[in-house]
Design a protein around this ligand. Structure first.
Ligand code: DAH
Length: 339
C-alpha cells in the first residue's frame, strides 16, 4: 500500500494539463469518488492495525497534495482565461481623439503670422508686473485714471505689484534691454477689474506691436495697418484713423475697419455706421523712448495694440465674451475646422 501511495505521489507531482478538459479528467482520475485515491481509502480497512497510523497519515498527505496540485493547475487556467478575454491583440486601436485649438489661439496665431511676414518677432513679458513697466515707463502721469484701483488689480500688501492691464508693458521690458532696430509683437493675457458680463471680462487678451528704428514715420504705421486689415479681414477691407489719446503715443489714433459683416453698408453690429473699431496706435512718445534708454533724437517708432477677443468677435460673431473662458466643448468644437 505504501508503495502504491509513493507511486501516486510521484505521478501527481508531475501532472500537466493543457486545457480545462484535461484538468477535469485528471481530477476525476485521482480525486473523484471513483478515483485512485478513493480506491486506496477503500482498501484502508485491510491495512494491518500496527501500520494504520502511518498509512493513514500518508493517505491524507497524498489527498492534500493531489488537491493542491489540481488547484494550482486550475489557477493557471483562470489566469489564461482572463488574459484571453481582456486582451485581443488583433483588434484595431481606438482612434485617438484630438483636441481643438481655442478660437482665441487661432486668431492670435493668425495675427502673429501676418506680423511675422513683416519681420516682427515675438516678445513676451510677465502677467504679474510692477507699476514701472505697466504705467511709469509708458509715460502715465501719477494721477492718470488707469492707475485707479477701479481698473487695475493691485496687490494690497504691495501696491507696486499689479496684474498688467495691457501688453504695452512688454514694450518697456524689451526697450530697456534692446537698442533699435526693434520690431516685436507681444501677445498675452491682461487683467482689468471689470464686472463680468457678455461684453466685459476681468481678463482678456491683447497683441501689441512695436517698431523702433531711424526715420520711422506715421506713413509706415498706416501702411502696416492697412496691410494687416486686408490680410485679416479680406482684400476689400478699408481702414479709417481717428485721432485719440494714449499716454505712450503722440500722435495717437484709433483704427476702424469697414464693417466686415455688412461690408460697410450699415448693420446692427456696426451700429449702422459702416465702421467698427479694432485697435489703438500711434507714434511712440519721445518721453517713452527716453524713459527706456533709447535716444529719441536718433530713433522714432510706432506702436499698436488690439484685443484678440474683439478681432475674434469680428471674425466669428461670438456674442458673449464669457463663452471664451467657459470651456464648453460644444462651443470649442465649432472651431475644429478653422485651423
Ligand atoms: N495699451 C492700449 C490698451 O490697452 C492699447 C494700445 C493703444 C496699445 C495704442 C498701443 C498703442 O501700443 O499705441 O488699451
Amino acid at each position: 500500500m505504501i508503495a502504491k501511495i509513493k507511486q501516486l505521489l510521484e505521478e501527481i507531482d508531475t501532472l500537466k494539463a493543457s486545457n480545462t478538459e484535461e484538468l477535469e479528467a485528471l481530477r476525476i482520475k485521482y480525486l473523484s469518488k471513483k478515483g485512485a485515491i478513493n480506491d486506496l481509502m477503500a482498501d484502508f480497512r485491510n491495512v494491518a492495525a500496527d501500520q494504520k497510523k502511518e498509512v493513514g497519515m500518508r493517505l491524507n498527505d497524498l489527498k492534500n497534495k493531489a488537491q493542491d496540485k489540481i488547484n494550482a493547475l486550475k489557477e493557471q487556467f483562470a489566469d489564461q482565461d482572463n488574459t484571453a478575454c481582456d486582451l485581443d491583440l488583433t483588434r484595431s486601436a481606438y482612434p485617438v481623439k484630438l483636441g481643438t485649438r481655442h478660437p482665441l489661439t487661432i486668431v492670435k496665431n493668425e495675427i502673429i503670422d501676418i506680423f511675422a511676414r513683416l519681420g516682427f518677432s515675438i516678445a513676451e513679458g510677465p502677467e504679474i508686473e510692477d507699476d514701472w513697466h505697466v504705467f511709469s515707463a509708458l509715460n502715465f502721469p501719477p494721477e492718470h485714471p488707469a492707475r485707479d484701483m477701479q481698473d487695475t488689480f493691485f496687490i494690497e500688501a504691495n501696491p507696486d505689484v499689479v496684474l498688467r492691464t495691457h501688453t504695452s508693458s512688454v514694450q518697456s521690458r524689451v526697450m530697456e534691454v534692446t537698442q533699435p532696430p526693434i520690431r516685436i509683437i507681444c501677445p498675452g493675457r491682461v487683467y482689468r477689474n471689470e464686472a463680468i458680463s457678455y461684453r466685459a471680462h476681468c481678463f482678456f487678451h491683447q497683441v501689441e506691436a512695436l517698431y523702433i528704428d531711424k526715420d520711422v514715420s506715421f506713413t509706415d504705421l498706416k501702411q502696416v495697418l492697412l496691410l494687416f486689415a486686408k490680410e485679416m479681414f479680406g482684400a476689400e477691407t478699408k481702414i479709417r484713423l481717428r485721432p485719440s489719446y494714449f499716454p505712450f503715443t503722440e500722435p495717437s489714433a484709433e483704427m476702424d475697419i469697414s464693417c466686415n459683416i455688412c461690408g460697410g453698408k450699415g448693420c446692427p453690429f456696426c451700429k449702422h455706421t459702416g465702421w467698427v473699431e479694432i485697435l489703438g496706435c500711434g507714434m511712440v512718445d519721445p518721453n517713452v523712448l527716453e524713459l527706456n534708454g533709447i535716444d529719441s533724437k536718433v530713433y522714432s517708432g510706432y506702436a499698436l495694440g488690439m484685443g484678440i477677443e474683439r478681432i475674434t468677435n469680428l471674425k466669428y460673431q461670438v456674442k458673449d465674451l464669457r463663452m471664451f473662458s467657459e470651456n464648453d466643448m460644444r462651443f470649442l468644437k465649432e472651431f475644429e475646422a478653422a485651423y
